[in-house]
Design a protein around this ligand. Sequence first.
Ligand code: GUN
Length: 294
Amino acid sequence: MKVKILTATILSGAKLAEQIRNTITAQIQLRLAQGKRAPVLAVVLVGDNPASKVYVKNKKIACAKVGIVTLNYDLPTDTKHTALLDLIRTLNNDPKVDGILVQLPLPQQINTAEIIENIDPNKDVDGFHPYNLGCLAQGRPNLRPCTPAGIMLLLAETKQNWVGKIAVVIGRSNIVGLPMTLELMQAKLTVTSCSKETENLAQEVQRADLLVVATGNPELIKGAWIKPGSTIIDVGMNRTKDGKLIGDVEFETAKQRAGWITPVPGGVGPMTIAALLQNTLRAVDISTMAARKR
Ligand code: GUN
C-alpha cells in the first residue's frame, strides 16, 4: 500500500513581490510620462541597530528598483526626542515628501508612540499611526500596516475562500499581530488572538485553518501541532548561532502537514517591502486628492 505524504505548497513572497514591483514600476513610469514627479519617501534611521540597517537598506533598494526616490536621514544613536520630532514636523510640511518611514525600534530616550502620533497620517506609509489603525479596525483602511497587508496579498494567491475559516494569530504587536487580527476580521475569518503565553497553545494551533505567527521565538510552533492542509504564515526572522535564518515555525515538520507554507527567508519579508511600495504610491494619491479638496 502506498502512503501519500503531504507536502505543502511553498508560498513565495519573493515571487509575488517581484510581480508587484513590476506593476508599480509601470505605474510610476506612467506618472513620469504625464509630466508628474517621482514619488518621494523619507527614510529615517536612528542609531546603528544591525538588523534595522539591513531592513532599511533592502527597503531603499526596492524603492530604487521601482523609481521611488528616497531621502535618507541617518541620525546618531543619541539623537534627542525633540530633534526627531522637529524633523518629522519638517517632513510633514514638505509638499515634496509623499511618505515618511521611521524605522523601529528607536533608542530608549525617544518616545516612540509620540513620534508615530506626530507623523502626518496621510504620509504614514507604515500604517502605524493610531488614526490608520483605527481606520483599519473600522473597515475603511487608509494606509495599512505593511506586513499584514502583504500577508493578505499572499493569502489571495492561494485562491482559497477564506470567509468563515478559523484563523489563529500568535503575537499581538502593534506592527504585526494586532493589525493582522484586524485585517482577518475584516476579511470575515473567525479570528483568535494568541501570544506565546497562551495556555494550551498547541490546541489553539490544531484548530487553525490559517495560522499567522509573529512572536520572534525560533521554532516556537511545532510541526506536529499543525492542522493537516492548513495555511501557515511565518513572520519570524531568527538567526541561529551558525548564522542561519529560521522562523517561528518548525519548517521541515510543518511542511509535511500544511497545505501552504511561507519559507523563511523569502516568504513574508519581501511582501512587507512590496506593501511599503504600494503604500508610498497610495500616499501620493491621498495627498493629490486632499490638495484637490482644498
Ligand atoms: N521594525 C520592524 N518592522 C518594521 C516595519 O515594518 N517598519 C518600521 N518602520 N520599522 C520596523
